[in-house]
Design a protein around this ligand. Structure first.
Ligand code: 4AD
Length: 450
């Protein structure tokens, strides 16, 4: 080790390093410096082979015993996930990844991985999700698993671009709050000095306040917290919410049009940048749904019933129902993206506007993508006295929400907005079955580490 460190100090500078994908584009005979993690090692007779992986790709490097005995010996002793750097020249090799390999001139061992490596990144499919998440930093060495978060990055930037170019500004609101926004029980308490506080379930009330403050159109991307003891494949206790709120709307349909265009733009952007990679790793085609039909909650129930799916709760659509509805709509309308509108008042939060002549139903919507709800939204009640009575109707304390209600007494335009679960969108785009896979370091009722 000492020897390598000495050699490194003298001759190795990462400033000369190029990504493996770039090295593979070089001509035969070109000299390159690459570095990364050891993927596999093989010795066949007098030749040792090491496949090295960096974030851009993989390449096989070779050392012949009779040409470069020192490199041959170093490669032979390498283990999975060691970090190495290689200086060498490219040669064509039909049998190799990318049609080329690197003949090693010098190899440097930079960091040794302990043995055995607890999970083999190449074998992620054979490893349980729980174990993968325990060893997430190793799980992410698998290129397929990193793609999930590269897609997340592309998706969130597409969404930010879309909203900015439509006149929204990004805001940042408190995550330590005094009141639950989405309903009573599902909040995490926090000890805030000598008072009780909560982790925010949503930026709901603040985004509405900022519309009324005069920004008119705002969005926020941030973590939200739900103390739901759900053990499902679609619930996390901490997830990334993409919230929007817009003023001067005629009704919830204005919000829906904005949101569907944002989602279409996001899928389109991911598809154009990552479509091929997604198909290769996830075996799924990313088409942008062009047509987004709307059906009312009541029509959805009828449709489910006539197709033999009984819903246990007449005021709700459960996950099985959403899935079935997704299949029915795809069959009948040829699209995987659609809205269910006008949910019952009993199931929507206090700030939701009721329908004018039909107060048991609301000006609300859910957006369903590939059989799962990814967005929820509505027009909001902006009339202070109605808002106050709705707070009472939901059995909440007017006093606790006074900081919110008073805002509406000083000029509040009609407005509405929505919240999108980023992990759900990404999971559905990639056909991932368990939402935990789409969160870098997920939190659920059992998991608080790593
Ligand atoms: O339906 P939700 O709770 O609505 C709100 O938060 C409202 N403030 C939104 C609004 O503007 N009216 O959550 C919105 C979205 C859901 O459609 C879903 O995609 C995601 O957030 N979501 C979750 N994702 C992961 N884990 C959970 N426990 C989630 N709960 C909701």
């Amino acid at each position: 080790m000492e020897k390598f460190q000495k050699v490194m100090q003298m001759t190795l500078s990462f400033k000369e390093r190029i990504p493996i994908s770039e090295a593979l584009r070089k001509a035969e005979g070109d000299r390159v410096l690459i570095a990364g993690w050891v993927h596999t090692v093989r010795v066949v007779g007098g030749v040792s082979f090491v496949v090295i992986r960096d974030r851009s790709g993989m390449v096989q490097c070779v050392a012949k015993k009779n040409v470069n005995p020192e490199a041959f010996n170093i490669v032979k002793e390498l283990g999975s996930e060691d970090v190495v750097a290689v200086k060498g020249s490219l040669i064509s090799s039909k049998a190799s990844l990318g049609g080329k390999e690197i003949v090693i001139d010098e190899i440097y061992v930079i960091s040794r991985a302990a043995k055995p490596v607890p999970i083999d990144p190449d074998d992620w499919e054979k490893t349980s999700l729980a174990t993968r998440l325990d060893w997430r930093f190793l799980d992410l060495r698998s290129p397929r698993n990193r793609v999930i978060f590269e897609v997340t990055d592309v998706a969130i930037n597409a969404m930010r671009d879309f909203y900015r170019s439509n006149g929204f500004i990004e805001i940042f609101t408190p995550k330590i709050v005094a009141e639950a926004t989405e309903g009573g029980a599902e909040v995490f308490p926090v000890i805030y000095f000598d008072r009780n506080a909560f982790l925010a379930q949503s930026p709901q009330l603040y985004k509405q306040m900022m519309v009324i403050s005069g920004f008119e159109r705002v969005f926020e991307v941030g973590p939200v917290y739900r103390a739901e003891k759900h053990h499902t494949n679609r619930h996390l206790t901490e997830y990334e919410s993409v919230d929007i709120e817009m003023g001067f709307i005629d009704d919830h349909e204005d919000v829906m049009r904005m949101v569907e265009r944002a989602v279409q733009h996001t899928i389109e952007t991911v598809s154009s940048k990552y479509g091929k990679i997604v198909e290769e790793y996830f075996k799924i085609k990313l088409d942008t749904p062009k047509y987004v039909p709307r059906i009312t909650f009541r029509e959805a129930h009828k449709l489910l019933e006539s197709n033999g799916f009984k819903q246990p709760d007449p005021n709700d659509i459960d996950s099985e129902g959403e899935k079935a509805l997704g299949e029915i709509i795809e069959r009948e309308y040829g699209t995987q993206l659609f809205y269910v509108t006008e949910y019952p008042w009993v199931k929507r939060p206090f700030y939701t506007m009721k329908k004018d002549n039909d107060p048991n139903y609301t000006k609300s919507f859910d957006l369903i993508y590939r059989g799962m709800e990814i967005v929820s939204g509505s027009q909001r009640e902006h009339r202070a006295e109605v808002l106050e009575s709705q707070i009472k109707e939901k059995g909440l304390s007017v006093e606790s929400f006074n900081f919110f209600i008073r805002v509406f007494r000083y000029g509040a335009p009609p407005h509405g907005g929505s919240g999108l679960g980023l992990e759900r969108l990404v999971a559905q785009m990639l056909g991932i079955k368990n939402i935990r896979e789409a969160r870098l370091l997920p939190r659920d009722p059992e998991r608080l580490t790593p």
